[in-house]
Design a protein around this ligand. Structure first.
Ligand code: WTA
Length: 643
């Protein structure tokens, strides 16, 4: 195996770091491994504000776990109120820039005012602890305000990414039986308005559970307001009280549900609860981002995904950071928008995705080079494996070889970062997430659960419960058990393949299940297949991920049409639109290939592995719309009868 370059932290970085040198990292890691109860208890006491202390750090009823049972806590209080009698009272909590260039700076005191007011608005609509609110908004400050107002009352929030279609939104509202939808008239994206309220109207028409829709005015576009159901945020906000005490909630009170793609057509509602999640987000914010009070910290994710939940809202605000938010596209009005923002706000910590980095590489160095980015001291990457070439470019062109890069591996289900370097401690290897966080017991095993030796590829698993782990799937505890904890008894299956090198560094290779990672967004092949077969022209469909230079993977579909005289080009276009309608435009297939038959085993299972080979090796090439004859493969495949 080729040895990879190693980048140890610079002495200046180590000197000022929160965790210093490998000794610092090892001491924490060993302490957590030796006595997890004491380790997490101490951190919970130090890092969070409690109305009432817990009685036990954790208890398990395998595979279900409770952290800090008996404690009373509130996430909104921890993210705002506890900073108000400190030097952070007038510190900027949220630093925001809209795509058109408008700006807002919201201090912790001001955030408190906004959140209390909006919590009172929600309360006046009759919502109580345990009720569900769907949030479908663009990246405006009112989005975190809505999250924190829900958290303040114990209302369970579920953010639906603004790129999802009305159909996808409807499915999530119905699954949660949500009473309230919070949205915007629209959002700005590449100078155009994304019409969010129209999608809400379409979705809510079939959701009798929704009593109220609250609309924040962002774009000023003309929208329909239904009497009795729809209310303007600004109208309800008028004259409302600024006092709203935070509910004293159980540690295990659900904080939010976030839907993510699994291996079936139905998205999973990942349930995160309050205390453990918040602790995990808070400590990793400090360990991995080495946060200092004076930092301007910017995570470019959308709050519609877990990264935005944990590292734009809950982690940074709980840790008292200035968290920056940008509303729009990275290349609007020009490809240097991100670099312009870094220069303008003197950003110190910058956290983005490999897909974004690869797109920047393609646009050329002249864009970053035209800006002074000397304020940067730390860079981060998340969401998908970062290839060493993109890592090197990020390190050199953006970080000027001064800034460590924290490659952070985690999942919607893990709540917060699991494998990543502590930047003042762990030497970096481009492409590796390096070492697990304290309290995280990772391993590489075979399907029987046997640990594999160094450098052998296997399944990445996690052996011990950690505070941020998803507690269950909304309404489906069985699926939770079976998906994550049953394949190898006693361990959590991540669904990722990985290897661990001779230094114990983890190298993530990608998913081993039918989940694709497109631009760092998780999509299930089944979800797209079931959207396709819904279309009246489609008889059968199989979807696989195809390697893609920029987005990591792209969506390739093999489609068998019902009998008829089809114009393939037209049908392909129609199916692309159809998938965007059923799921969202970010799920639009890149490639649609028509075939007479799909390769199947004798028992009738579609052999995606063969199709993956076809799209990877280009064994079958040609125009996207040609009719392919896969019957040979089908016959061959049937003989092998793979299970
Ligand atoms: C992948 C995003 C390699 C992985 C936080 C995981 C990564 C899935 C990395 C979770 C990384 C995430 N290196 N792969 N640093 N981070 N992944 O739930 O396959 O949207 O299982 O959470 O993304 O995606 P999710």
């Amino acid at each position: 195996m080729a040895t990879s370059p190693v980048y140890p932290p610079s002495p200046e970085f180590v000197r000022r770091a929160q965790v210093q040198g490998m000794e610092g990292y090892r001491a924490l890691y060993e302490k957590a491994a030796a006595d997890p109860e004491a380790f997490w208890s101490e951190l919970a006491e130090k890092e969070l504000f409690w109305f009432e202390k817990w009685t036990k750090p954790f208890e398990t009823d395998y595979p279900f776990v409770k952290w800090f049972a008996g404690g009373k806590i509130n996430a909104s209080y921890n993210c705002i109120d506890r900073h108000l009698d400190t030097h952070r009272k007038n510190k900027v909590a949220i630093l925001w820039e809209g795509e058109p260039g408008d700006q807002r700076q919201i201090s912790y005191q001001e955030l408190h005012r906004l959140v209390c007011r909006f919590a009172n608005v929600i309360k006046a609509r009759g919502l109580k602890p345990g009720d569900r609110a769907i949030i479908y908004m663009g990246m405006v400050p009112e989005l975190p305000v809505a999250l924190l107002a829900c958290a303040r009352l114990g209302v369970i929030h579920s953010v639906v990414f603004g790129g999802f279609s009305a159909e996808a939104l409807k499915a999530r509202i119905q699954d949660l039986a949500a009473q309230l939808v919070i949205t915007c008239d629209g959002a700005w994206r590449r100078g155009k308005e994304v019409r969010l309220k129209d999608a809400v109207d379409e979705a809510v028409a079939e959701c009798p559970c929704v009593r109220n829709v609250i609309v924040y005015r962002r774009t000023g576009g003309a929208i329909h307001m239904q009497d009795g159901r729809d209310h303007w945020w600004h109208a309800l906000d008028e004259g409302v009280s600024e006092i709203c005490p935070a509910e004293q909630l159980d540690s295990e009170h659900p904080l939010y549900v976030l839907y993510t793609s699994g291996t079936t057509g139905k998205p999973k509602g990942i349930v995160h609860t309050t205390a453990g999640y918040l602790l995990h987000a808070t400590v990793t914010m400090k360990w991995v981002f080495d946060l200092r009070d004076e930092d301007t910290y910017w995570c470019t994710a959308d709050i519609g995904w877990v990264t935005g939940h944990s590292y734009i809202v809950y982690g940074p605000l709980s840790a008292g950071a200035t968290t920056m938010m940008y509303e729009g596209a990275p290349d609007f009005p020009q490809p240097d928008r991100f670099w312009r923002l870094i220069e303008k706000y003197r950003v110190n910590i910058f956290y983005t995705s490999p897909t974004a980095i690869r797109a920047f590489v393609r646009q050329g160095d002249q864009w970053p080079n035209a800006h002074d980015m000397s304020s940067l001291r730390l860079l981060g990457s998340v969401g998908e494996p970062i290839n060493p070439a993109a890592w090197e470019w990020y390190h050199k062109t953006i970080g000027n070889r001064r800034c460590p890069i924290v490659d952070t591996w985690w999942q919607t289900e893990t709540g917060a970062i699991m494998i990543a370097p502590m930047p003042g401690a762990v030497p970096l290897k481009p492409g590796s997430g390096t070492l697990p966080m304290p309290g995280v017991i990772a391993d590489i095993v075979d399907l029987k659960g046997r640990p594999l030796p160094a450098n052998q590829e296997g399944y990445l698993v996690l052996r011990k419960p950690w505070p941020g782990v998803a507690r269950t799937l909304w309404g489906d505890a069985e699926r939770y058990k079976e998906q994550y904890w049953a394949r190898i008894p006693g361990v959590y299956m991540t669904g990722d393949a990985a290897r661990r090198d001779e230094d114990g560094y983890y190298w993530i290779l990608g998913r081993v299940d039918d989940v694709m990672n497109v631009s760092g967004h998780r999509l299930s092949t089944m979800e797209i297949e079931s959207a396709l077969v819904h279309h009246p022209a489609v008889a059968e469909a199989a979807v696989v991920g195809k390697p893609h230079e920029i987005t990591g993977q792209a969506i390739a579909c093999f489609v068998t049409l019902k009998k008829g005289d089809w114009n393939h080009e037209e049908v392909a276009e129609e199916l692309r639109k159809w998938v965007a309608h059923e799921i969202g435009s970010f799920a639009k297939p890149e490639q649609i290939r028509f075939t007479d038959a799909l390769p199947k085993t004798r028992s009738g299972k579609i052999m995606r592995r063969l199709l993956r080979e076809i799209v990877t090796s280009h064994a079958v090439t040609g125009d996207v719309t040609t009719l392919e004859d896969l019957s040979v493969i089908t016959r061959l495949a049937a003989q092998q009868d793979e299970e």
